[in-house]
Design a protein around this ligand. Structure first.
Ligand code: FES
Length: 119
């Protein structure tokens, strides 16, 4: 597992995400309220650039929302720009399908820099 510096932490303020190149791999770095996540920039559906999608929330209807549709999880979901499948940034799991999931890379902030482990 090789660790790569992808930039100063100031380049990744809370609520933002961007795609970085690590060797031959494109990785999306997400800062969700100060928690960093790293996902591959390739969608398991049809290989679209997942991490170039928008970060948003999603709709839900459950006992928690009083069985009314409600907007939830703002800033925790990335939507693939090709066909709109939503993924939980923290887990890599597609919201609509248990069969679609992307791996996560280990990402950390050390000495003012964001580092991701690839291997
Ligand atoms: S390629 Fe991502 S939703 Fe189809």
């Amino acid at each position: 597992m090789a660790e790569h510096i992808v930039g100063p932490v100031a380049d990744f303020p809370p609520g933002t995400h961007r795609v970085v190149q690590v060797g031959r791999i494109e990785i999306g770095i997400f800062n969700v309220d100060g928690a960093f996540h790293a996902l591959p920039n390739i969608c398991p559906h049809q290989f679209g650039p997942l991490c170039e999608g928008t970060v948003n929330g999603t709709t839900a209807c459950s006992a928690v929302t009083g069985w009314q549709f409600a907007w939830v999880r703002q800033g925790e979901v990335v939507t693939c720009p090709w066909h709109g499948i939503e993924f939980d940034i923290a887990t890599g799991q597609a919201l609509a399908s248990p069969r679609l999931k992307v791996r996560k890379y280990t990402v950390a902030v050390e000495e003012g820099y964001v580092k991701v482990s690839v291997g």
